[in-house]
Write a protein that binds this ligand. Structure first.
Ligand code: PLP
Length: 252
């Protein structure tokens, strides 16, 4: 049974190609302005369009608007969508990111269907994903997720443990850690999370990967629809945009 949501008439309207293309253009302009303010080259920023809860038409419209990276936060939904439109790991033309917490019993879906896993948050999960990736004869690019706000209900590594965790990842032949990911606090004014992004950048820049062949600190995935400009000013290389690309969602 497919878990891909149906396109209701309202959602269908919201994610039609013209509507998505218009939002993508506006987002690109705002990204360009944030880059300009801080003297950063535009090509350092990748948009990961978060298509969770949306039907396949959203991915089609996003791709038509020039987006290549798409993200889901539930393993089963990623699997079902990647079956409908495979990612590069399965010979397709888009790149699938799993951006949500992964239960170990679903690591097999990710090892098979996801191009990237952006929410590595424990040694046990790394071990399981490594094992599953080996079975699929591949190396999975990953980001370590950091709980930068310290909120109990949020997943992610304790910032203080981040560098030890990256050292620990050196033992996994089938994982390639490419950087860090975090969700900032939910606030009305994005200026209020600038310090959280600065702490992420600090963790990102101070890790010494010289002796660790499995880690290359290339990507800093911070910034969502309500705070991506501040995130870019603070060094983000991947912004994860849901609402600002596809419009409002009913649920998480
Ligand atoms: C839903 C989600 C996003 C996108 O949220 P928006 O506020 O709609 O841009 C980004 N990252 C993660 C991990 C998510 O679950």
């Amino acid at each position: 049974m497919s878990k891909i949501p149906d396109a209701t008439p309202e959602i269908h309207e919201q994610i039609r190609p013209e509507a998505v293309a218009e939002r993508v253009q506006s987002v690109r302009e705002r990204i360009a302005q944030a880059c300009e303010r801080t003297g950063r080259p535009l090509d350092e920023i990748t948009i990961v369009a978060i298509s969770k809860t949306f039907p396949m038409q959203a991915i089609k419209s996003g791709k038509a608007a020039g987006l290549d990276h798409f993200g889901e936060n539930r393993a089963r939904q990623l699997r079902d969508k990647a079956k409908a439109r495979p990612g590069t790991v399965e010979g397709g033309d888009i790149t699938w990111h799993m951006v949500g917490h992964l239960q170990r019993n679903k690591a097999k879906f990710i090892a098979r269907h996801a191009d990237w896993f952006d929410a590595l948050d424990s040694p046990r999960l790394a071990k399981e994903l490594d094992k599953r990736a080996a079975k699929n004869d591949r190396v999975v690019p990953c980001l370590a997720q950091i709980n930068i706000t310290g909120e109990e209900q949020k997943y992610g590594l304790d910032p203080k443990e981040t560098h030890d965790y990256l050292d620990h990842c050196a033992r996994y032949d089938h994982l390639a850690v490419k950087g860090l990911m975090a969700l900032a606090s939910f606030v009305d004014d994005p200026e209020d999370v600038r310090d959280e992004f600065q702490r992420m950048r600090d963790l990102f820049e101070t890790y010494d990967a010289t002796d660790n062949p499995r880690v290359e600190m290339e990507e800093l995935s911070i910034g969502m629809s309500n705070d991506f400009e501040v995130a870019i000013e603070e060094g983000s290389t991947m912004v994860r945009l849901g609402t600002s690309v596809f419009g409002p969602r009913d649920y998480e």
